[in-house]
Design a protein around this ligand. Structure first.
Ligand code: DAH
Length: 355
């Protein structure tokens, strides 16, 4: 057997056993690499006389082409096999029953924020936001709460630095300051957001949610405030009539200040909002203190207005009959699938808030 026939038969034996691209690459090197069997044969051409060379070269080229073709063919087969294997794994069995596609639920707090935003946007409020980490100035000083003011103690503040310049905001009110510093009156905003206080029990969590409201314009009065909150409470609790009372109160950033209670009663262990002779405190409010407006360079001869702040978590608990605040933050999926909302039912005033 000639040298070339030997090479050919070695190749034939090897190629049939090959299963992977890696093996194929190896065999390519073995025959066509720098020291490959075919390469070596080409190198011998120079030492042959012209007659021999012609014959040997044509035979060698034929074997080279043959081997190259076989390698290409093998490559094609391997690729085909790989694709088929992949397709087999990705096969979709269309006879299987469908999987529920709405597995996620909207958290009641997110739902209530969406509801409240929809209610207030109906009467011209837009949504503003601010950071959770605030300056001591925005959170207290600019809101007419100087350093020695007793209201600072009531807030159980989480300070972030020894010098007390940065803190986790204790209420959403600092966004009033940010908004007014960054714009020109009139202002008509609501601010839903996270707030923090060093406090934890069945009705208090160290992180909770508030909603701030601010309306500054020419000739805004306490009457507008009452009308606005009356509208809000009825829409939110989805009832026609709500008993409401304004109790005199004190906040450094409003004058006069009030707390708002709504009437309720308990029937068969369920809270019924709007009627009855019990009172539930739902928010704080008042006419924005002139000192606050001065701090943000709003002309108090032309402009005045009201502000309010409420606890979103409490409103969510009341509306949806949830009695432990801590459940909100436990990320228990079973709880969420019971109390959560369908992500496709976006609350609007027209279609209904909670359906
Ligand atoms: N910031 C107050 C708090 O956290 C709530 C509040 C009361 C906000 C009266 C207001 C307001 O804007 O006018 O307790």
């Amino acid at each position: 057997m000639s040298e070339l026939d030997k090479i050919n038969s070695i190749f034939d034996a090897k190629i049939s056993a090959i299963k992977t691209k890696e093996e194929l690459q190896n065999i390519k090197t073995e025959f066509f690499g720098k020291n490959g069997q075919i390469t070596k044969q080409f190198k011998t051409l120079g030492s042959l006389n012209p007659e021999q060379r012609k014959e040997f070269a044509s035979k060698l080229n034929k074997i080279k082409d043959d081997i190259t073709n076989q390698i290409e063919q093998k490559n094609f087969e391997i690729e085909n096999l790989e694709i088929n294997e992949k397709l087999k794994n990705e096969k979709v069995d269309i006879t299987l029953p469908t999987r529920a596609y709405r597995q996620g639920k909207i958290h009641p707090v997110s739902q209530v924020i969406d509801e409240i935003s929809s209610i207030f946007s109906e009467i011209g409020f837009s949504v503003a936001e601010g950071p959770d980490v605030e300056t001591e100035y925005n959170n207290f000083t600019a809101l007419n709460t100087p350093e020695d003011h007793p209201a600072r103690d009531m807030h159980d503040t989480f300070y972030l630095e020894k010098n007390k310049k940065l803190l986790l905001r204790t209420h959403t009110s600092p966004v009033q300051i940010r908004t007014m510093l960054n714009g020109k009156p009139p202002f008509k905003i609501i601010v839903p957001g996270r707030t923090y206080r060093c406090d934890s029990d069945q009705t208090h969590a160290p992180m909770f949610h508030q909603l701030e409201g601010l309306h500054i314009d020419k000739n805004i009065t306490m009457g507008h405030l009452k009308g606005c909150l009356d509208y809000f409470v009825k829409e939110f609790f989805e009832v026609k009539n709500v008993k409401m009372r304004f109790r005199p109160s004190h906040f450094p950033f409003t004058e006069p200040s009030a707390e708002v209670d709504i009437g309720y009663k308990v029937e068969n262990d369920k809270i019924i909002i709007g009627e009855g002779n019990k009172w539930l405190e739902v928010l704080g409010c008042g006419m924005v203190h002139p000192n606050v407006l001065k701090n943000v360079k709003v002309n108090i001869k032309q402009y005045q207005g009201f502000a309010f702040g409420m606890g979103i978590d409490r409103l969510a608990m009341l509306k949806y009959g949830i009695n432990d605040l801590r459940a909100f933050f436990e990320t228990d999926y079973r709880w969420l699938s019971h109390f959560g909302f369908d992500p496709l039912d976006v609350p609007t005033n027209y279609r209904g808030l909670s359906k």
